[in-house]
Write a protein that binds this ligand. Sequence first.
Ligand code: XMP
Length: 597
Amino acid sequence: MDNIAILDFGGQYTHLIANRIRRLGVYSEIVQSDISASQCKRFKGIIFSGSPHSVLDAQKPGFDPNVLHLGIPVLGLCYGHQLMAQCLGGQVVAGKYREYGIAQINIIKQSPLFAGCDIREQIWMSHGDAVAILPPGFDVLGSTDGCRAAAMGNESLRMYGLQFHPEVSDTPHGMTILDNFIAICECAREWNTQTFLREMGNDIKKKCGAKKVFLLVSGGVDSTVAFTLLNKVLGEHNVCGLHIDNGLMRREESGAILAYMKAHGFHNLHIVDASDRFLAALSNVADPEQKRRIIGTVFIQVQEQALSDLGLNPAEWILGQGTIYPDTIESAGTKHAERIKTHHNRVAAVMELLERGEIIEPLALLYKDEVRELGTALGLPESLVWRHPFPGPGLGVRLLCSDGAEVSVDPATSSGVLAIARRAGYEALVLPIRSVGVQGDGRTYAHPALVTGPKDWNGLEAVSTEITNKVRGVNRVVYGLHVQDAPDYRLVKAYLTKDRLELLRSLDSIVTDALHRFDEYRTVWQMPVVLLPLINKQERQCAVLRPIMSQEAMTARFARLKDETLAYILYEAKKVDGLGDLFYDVTHKPPATIEWE
Ligand code: XMP
């Protein structure tokens, strides 16, 4: 079968590129970046991925330069584009202007790579360095305002480099560009969902051997699809589902999940209430990564305990999880990738089990959109397949904690934010807390900026992009909804307590109700709500609304809720005891992540 290789330099989107190529009907394989040129001869095309590293670093991940002289078409993306330029005699410099998010490219030279694209296209960027001098024989194919060599190519060598990411859905004609590259590689389209499902079934049987699967079922889309798939491939008597109530679920969620599963014919699902155990382990913990590690570890401990409580012989059972690909990549699951956050199913205890081959994850190579497709193909109802994603650590990562110690903000950061905001007609201040972001394929843990002023979505998008691109120390921008003049917020000592969880649950219920009531549940992809360790002048706790649009969670745009939805949320939220100002997150991913920690 014709095969396109992706050389993995550790970019956050490497696997997404492979996913896109397969969606276009061609098998695609991810290989280590240092693969030898002779091993590459079997490929019909080669793609160089992005990376959290800079090509200007001495320690950058390398590759065999002979790969560029095999006569096979090559497409370099982001870091891959720069690496190709550097190796072929061009020059890369540290960019004066970093670009994260949406940009516009002007196509200035016709190329088969851009067949079917418009002369000006929206693209999606995440870079600091840039190609300043092209290698001999290459032409600039397209430029953005901040980047002259946003696309380069040498048609006779069939080599191309793109500073932007065609694989993400925020580059609307990205699939057209990848499709054109496949055509340039002269690949036959022989890969489809049926081939894939067959391979998955064989793979599950091979991995399990004579063992049965004891699967964690949170009730979300991924674990339910994994449960259904395993039941189908192995038979119900060889699968046992376990739902753990970790005390971090939404209001009345666990009971509803069990009832739902029973109603849909699943009889091999058990439920364990471990909420006290989770809350005890999390008391007095403020660091987000530590919280994530604790939650993931307690999950495994409870799962092992439940196996023995149910009288199942551990020698006959293998543990299972509904892990999907973003969980792996964001937890630094590939050689050169940086850890953005430790997903609950990627903590040390799980990694040890994985290494020993004692855990099965049938969906580990898939993205959310593929999981949904699979769920539909397996006959799951739409209401389940289209549930909003909910993270395994649940509200645990939506409840920001603090030990109360002052968080100082660099005055240069504050003045930088204020200058940009005022030029755009807003007031602003930098909040004394931090949240996680992803910029240039690396993790950031930086301040959010709060802007107040007119609720004009375009204006807010522009100011958010400018602040996060230009001001170091800020990776997120929130908009103050009904914030009083001269807002003033105080950081307080706040941990994961039942009271705070209840407050967040109340807001979460209001939001879910509003999305259904005003018909936005299907248009909005996910809508976390986040409680902050900040109080306003009335001593009430502040919270964030984080509605986003996405396809597979690797990139996301903040969603623009309808006025009536927002008005309803604000009206209902006022009735919640102890809840103060609400902020609306107006940051895309990158530079911010979807969740705050
Ligand atoms: P971020 O915050 O990394 O989230 O942009 C991407 C998607 O993953 C979900 N998420 C998780 N899901 N375990 C999960 O099962 C986790 O530890 C976890 N952390 C984030 C998040 O809700 C979003 O859909």
